[in-house]
Design a protein around this ligand. Structure first.
Ligand code: 13P
Length: 253
């Protein structure tokens, strides 16, 4: 974990109505009221941003979006822009999640455009990268990540990246119950940090937060957080209940 402030983020994916989301968020706020040394974020579906935003006001829980489109406005049916998310109360935006790359045709190039749009408006991007099972078996993990980082952050300057967060989510560990071991995750996180150092310098590589995602649960978070280059978690399934998500947030006990 180094000396960086941990971030525990919940990605609610396509779950919960506005009312269900507000109910869970309300329970969460009650359970984490005393937490002061961990940043907390939840990313509900777009339709629940407003209801959740109302119940997390003045709490340690911040709001995030799961995606955005890079133009500010225009004839782009079905899309939501970064300024719209900002005005809906979002502080963070998850960008380039593997499910978006896999099912919705996102590429390193569109991910790059989205990161630029988020930074421009002052949303903190949670930039997702990760290899598939096939790529890991073919020993391509590091080259895949190298390409995703290089292309995803193309044309950005170190001073623009001080709010950027990277989430390493091995695709084979998402929703499968198969977590990377803490040693496997640490090895990759250290590699990602070295990529940042090479492209953007030592200062950013030391300060940037790199989250782990993929079957994070209350019973494996502590070992993951004990690793020097793991600065938090991006949690899917286990963030949908306030009880299990708050146990992850309170990993220190
Ligand atoms: P799970 O925690 O359900 O494996 O999902 C991880 C994820 O995709 C978070 O973005």
């Amino acid at each position: 974990m180094g000396n960086r402030r941990p971030l525990i983020a919940g990605n609610w994916k396509m779950y919960k109505t506005p009312q269900e989301a507000a109910d869970t968020a309300k329970q969460l706020v009650e359970q984490v009221r005393e937490v002061a040394d961990v940043d907390i974020m939840i990313a509900p579906p777009f339709t629940a941003l407003e209801s959740v935003s109302r119940v997390i006001k003045n709490s340690p829980v911040a709001l995030g979006a799961q995606n955005l489109y890079w133009e500010d406005e225009g004839a782009y049916t079905g899309e939501i822009s970064a300024p719209m998310l900002k005005s809906a109360g979002c502080q963070y935006a998850i960008i380039g999640h593997s499910e978006r790359r896999q099912y919705f045709g996102e590429t390193d190039k569109t991910v790059n455009q989205k990161i630029q749009a988020a930074i421009q408006i002052g949303l903190k991007p949670v930039f997702c990268i990760g290899e598939t099972e096939q790529e890991r078996e073919a020993e391509q993990t590091l080259s895949v990540l190298d390409k995703q980082v290089r292309k995803g952050l193309e044309r950005l300057l170190p001073e623009q990246l001080d709010t950027l967060i990277i989430a390493y989510e091995p695709v084979w560990a998402i929703g499968t119950g198969k977590t990377a071991t803490e040693d496997q995750a640490q090895e990759v996180h250290q590699f990602i940090r070295s990529l940042i150092e090479k492209s953007f310098g030592n200062d950013l590589s030391k300060s940037i937060r790199i989250l782990y995602g993929g079957s994070v649960k209350p019973d494996n978070i502590l070992n993951l957080m004990a690793m020097p280059d793991i600065d938090g978690a991006l949690v899917g399934g286990a963030s949908l209940s306030a009880d299990s998500f708050s146990r992850i947030i309170k990993f220190k006990g």
